[in-house]
Design a protein around this ligand. Structure first.
Ligand SMILES: [Zn+2]
Length: 288
């Protein structure tokens, strides 16, 4: 589904890459590891810039289809649904485990498409949740689990790291130093175009699952294995031959469920559901 708007995205993203190129020229100052302790060649500004481009395009695509719910809507039920979703996201962000809590905007938007069971986060932390996912899930722990997973992809800078892996630091630095900006722009444009539908490596998927456990455990509110509940439901649908949208960019649940539960046991974090979250009221406010 996300690939559907990768074509219009490319031209839009391209415009932003002159800025991105300028920002990239500062990347030599960023060697020696980022705040996550990873050796990421690109400065954080690249995540922010790329995220802004991707989110602006996502906003315009969904707004043009009338699916982007306005958080400032005059409808009190929509505003109340946003307040509820913000609270879930804030519990995760305030867990003390999100590295770029202050640096990234972490805004969250609801896309009203009851057929799509998905959520995604752009680089730099813009989060999108489809009403189909909210409706599909049984409780808030599961939704928090998926949100934790998506927040981890952004916070661990998976898109930028994947770009770095794909093309190699030496190729990219040569392009910058050698002033082959045309080639560099092409690489960014290609990657920018793919970003929303980006399929991460299994290692990054596993890492995002692990961080979801870590974040939720540190909320002292949600069941830390909330994501496993989502994958269990996803597996049921896959077995019926009707995999949810999330499955198109994510590897099969398979042992991810066991891995999440094993990590929860190992960490000794709470696996009982959060008390009285009014999740059904949240659904009702979205007309679900
Ligand atoms: Zn993922």
């Amino acid at each position: 589904m996300f690939n559907r708007f990768s074509a219009p995205l490319s031209s839009k993203v391209k415009k932003g890459f002159s800025t991105l190129l300028l920002l990239s020229s500062t990347l030599f100052t960023s060697c020696g590891g980022d705040k996550n302790g990873d050796n990421v060649f690109f400065p954080l500004e690249n995540d922010l810039q790329l995220g802004m481009q991707v989110s602006q395009q996502a906003d315009s695509v969904y707004a043009s289809k009338g699916q982007l719910l306005d958080r400032n809507s005059t409808n009190p039920r929509t505003r109340s649904a946003y307040a509820h979703l913000d609270q879930i996201v804030n519990r995760i962000l305030e867990s003390g485990q999100v590295t770029y809590r202050e640096e990234f905007p972490w805004d969250v938007k609801i896309i009203n498409d009851p057929k799509v069971q998905n959520a995604f986060a752009t680089p730099g932390g813009h989060i999108y949740v489809f009403t189909g996912l909210i409706n599909y899930l049984d409780n808030e722990d599961q939704l928090a689990g998926v949100l934790g997973h998506e927040i981890a992809h952004a916070d661990q800078r998976h898109s930028i790291k994947q770009l770095q892996k794909q093309y190699g630091i030496s190729v990219i630095s040569r392009l910058i130093l050698g002033n082959e900006s045309g080639n560099l722009e092409r690489i960014f444009t290609q990657v920018g175009g793919q970003l929303v539908g980006l399929k991460f490596s299994r290692d990054y998927e596993r890492e995002a699952d692990e961080y979801s456990v870590l974040y939720l455990g540190a909320t002292n509110f949600y069941a830390c294995d909330g994501a496993a509940g989502f994958f269990q439901k996803m597996q049921t649908l896959e077995n019926r031959g009707t995999p949810p949208e999330f499955a198109s960019t994510h590897p099969s649940p398979g042992n991810r469920i066991q891995d999440i539960q094993a990590l929860a046991r190992q960490r000794g974090c709470k696996t009982t559901a959060a008390p009285d979250t009014k999740y059904q009221d949240f659904k009702r406010n979205l007309g679900l």
